[in-house]
Design a protein around this ligand. Sequence first.
Ligand code: ADP
Length: 474
Amino acid sequence: MRVAILSSEAVPYAKTGGLGDVAGALPKALRETNGADAALILPLYETTDRNLLGSLIIDNLEVEWHAGGSTPTRVFYSTTTGAPAFLIDAPRYFARPGIYGYRDDYERFAFFCRAALALLKRLGNPPDVVHGNDWHSGFAIAELAARRHYDSFYSNTRTVFSIHNLAYQGAFDPAELPRLGFANEWQTFETDGTASGMKAGLAAADVISTVSRRYALEIQMPEHGYGLDWLLRLRRDRLVGITNGIDYDVWNPATDPHTAARYDANDLGGKGICKLDLLRQFNLPEESARPIVASISRLIPQKGYDLIREAAVSILESGAFFIALGSGARENEDFLQALRDYAPHRVGVYLGFNEQLAHKIEAGADIFLMPSLYEPCGLNQMYSTRYGTVPVVRATGGLDDTVQNFDRARGDGNGFKFERYSTGAMVESLYEAVYCYHDREAWRKIQWNGMREDNSWQRAARRYTELYHAAARM
Ligand code: ADP
């Protein structure tokens, strides 16, 4: 099975969120688990570490592109992640300070897709499956659906399209479609007067997946469907939910190079050292009997930050420290700074993106708070359980699939969750967690349950392989 995975970001080359983690880990897991010939294709950004580039394999990739201006394109080949990665170097579109957020994003990623398909052709062996991720890859899915009818190279290639977050669709004016080379695909791209890579991917893919079972159901309803729920209902026989794995090479308390000490489910001694190190890191008093409630997240409404703001004083009243790492909406950043000024001995805040600190927090904290409004899968709750940090989450999307309420009588469950999106419900759940934290035996049990879970990519990779085979049979 030859699979080309297209993604706008992938660890370690580029990351802004969960998609980067997933695209970085999946190709390697597919190769290791099933011996699939999986390769990653992504753009080369200005921010990509030049030491990861590997070798220049194509000096001048010919891409059929008529959206004005010349677009010289090179391709680098790297095996840093343990799986081949092809990095498309097109400075006109990608030599910019950021990964996303430009007026012409739709054009940038339409070009990336066109270049990726040109690259596959240049490499010479048709892929069995092209696996696109989120709206950025939707252009390639649409193009393949058309191309297979007239281009013998792609006549047997099937497509899988994965939704990592339906809210981001990459909408643009449908009048732009001819410039992007899609003069006849209006219907594929358009909905309600706008065109988008997301709509095209969903309309044209042979198989659709998303990153948890519950999210696969939620996006079929208007509340979480972002205007495309009708299409997902229409195509639901092709839609499956596969919960993301986590990369235990990167997120493993027994081997983590970023933390002050190593530990595992059998011996949690090192976690205490990590906790003290974390408190020191934030200039907080070394009161290790107090629980640390932590949050690592983009500071946006999706992540439930309005609940955290409303409940901040209640969190502190529980006796806990509160440590937050994140960046995003100005009002949330300002709030966190004000909260730290209000209670400097109980609150630690780092505004910005800091991968190493994320590891230190997972290892040193006791409780991980994730009250998302919606959450396609969510990774931090799974990192948390692995690190013996107990998640308190809202029961939505992947959070609902991966966190089970602790049941004291039966001794099962790996965290705490609440249904209603309300401050009251969140605080109630959090207080239950803090209460349990002071019962050492119960706490140890919850930690043990979480740390022993198998959320590995191997498991998810097996499901993706089944999906690829299903697509190939179509
Ligand atoms: P999303 O993709 O919606 O942001 P996920 O939970 O799927 O949410 O993935 C978030 C990823 O980004 C995790 O690996 C998390 O640790 C990381 N992350 C988010 N914000 C930061 C930050 N400020 N610093 C470091 N890592 C962060």
